[in-house]
Design a binder for this molecule. Structure first.
Ligand code: BGC
Length: 345
């Protein structure tokens, strides 16, 4: 096991961005850069032992900055959407950044994901990243101290441990927004990858991707991934839920008890033989199939076209602060948000 720190690139204002590469005894490597505590690479073998990077992303900092896709970044303070870009806590209304169509808040704005995080190597298999979000940032109440620790085990598990403590009542929903392509982007779209989701229900959305409040059974719909199914099999169907998002861009309710680590998803790519397993203690997961990728150049200059990556963003459900019937993510002063998500190859 080892962790190596190297210079990655400079921000346009000259600040240095560092890359931490964790390698396990199987030669599997995870690379994380300090801007956005971004998972920048995850290198693992295909069925013939050929190493490949399954994270869709960029070769340099400008690629990350110019892209609006949150690729591999840590998202906060509220991953996913808040309807009306506002919510009420203890009788007080808070307006947060309305960065999507001027009406909804997507991924809490971009402070967490574009900040340079502090990093320390905490073990020969672990790096801890920290960020202080000041009171009122993007409209969210409270100073919040955030710590995200990446650990790569010899069982090829990339663990992402999240901790955040506010000094006032606030909402916290943190995720990692990695786009995966098990064949690497050289092999194009992920529509032939097979996906299994441990989810009997999903949360349908309105035309602004805000949950309607319905918790709908996946049974008999294009959203049924309870058995392995090609991501692309039903994606072009006429379900209005698919049409309004140009594919899958929905929160699924993970079976089992939130707060307990359990299986979220399994993905396999027949062509490369690579597999991915996702576990988490969070109540939901966003399946996003890269519907708005528009050909921007990614690593090695390869154009990142529609469906060149998929995301499995473990999360509280979207718009939870306005949906008292959803599992809640309001944290009081000093109360810790603590969560674990594992990506195993
Ligand atoms: C959202 C998509 C959005 C993407 C941005 C996903 O989490 O659900 O609608 O386009 O993030 O990168």
């Amino acid at each position: 096991m080892s962790v190596i720190k190297t210079h990655y690139d400079n921000m346009p204002d000259g600040r240095e961005v560092f890359l931490y590469t964790i390698e396990n005894s199987n030669g599997v490597q995870a690379g994380i850069i300090t801007r956005g505590a971004t998972l920048n690479s995850f290198v693992c073998p295909d069925r013939n032992g050929v190493m490949g990077d399954i994270i869709v992303g960029f070769d340099n900092i400008l690629g990350h900055i110019n892209s609006g896709t949150y690729t591999g970044e840590i998202i906060g303070q509220y991953a996913n959407r808040i309807g009306g870009a506002g919510f009420t806590l203890s009788g007080k209304k808070y307006n947060v950044t309305a960065n999507e169509k001027g009406i909804t808040c997507l991924h809490g704005g971009s402070e967490y994901s574009s900040a340079l995080w502090k990093a320390i190597i905490v073990d020969d298999d672990a790096v801890e990243f920290s960020y202080h979000s000041p009171d009122g940032e993007q409209g969210f109440p409270g100073n919040v101290d955030v710590r995200v620790t990446y650990v790569l085990t010899d069982r090829n598990e990339l663990e992402i441990h999240y901790e955040a403590v506010p000094d006032r009542e606030t909402v916290i929903n943190l995720t990692n927004h990695a786009y995966f392509n098990l064949g690497t982007t050289k092999n194009g779209s992920i529509l032939d990858h097979e996906l299994m989701l441990n989810c009997d229900y999903f949360t349908p959305t309105d035309e602004n991707s805000i949950p309607t409040g319905e918790i709908r059974a996946v049974e008999g719909t294009a959203f049924d991934f309870r058995e392995f199914k090609k991501i692309g099999r039903d994606i072009d169907g006429d379900d209005v839920q698919l049409r309004q998002c140009r594919g899958y861009d929905h929160n699924f309710c993970v079976n089992g008890e939130a707060g307990t680590l359990r299986l979220v998803a399994k993905v396999r790519d027949e062509k490369s033989g690579r597999k991915l397993e996702v576990l988490s203690d969070l109540p939901g997961v966003q399946l996003y199939t890269g519907n708005f990728m528009d050909g921007e150049p990614g690593k090695d200059g390869i154009g990142l076209d529609k469906n060149f990556g998929f995301c499995l963003e473990t999360q509280y459900y979207p718009d939870t602060p306005n949906r008292p019937e959803f599992p809640q993510c309001t944290f009081k002063k000093g109360e810790k948000f603590k969560s674990l998500t594992i990506f195993k190859v």
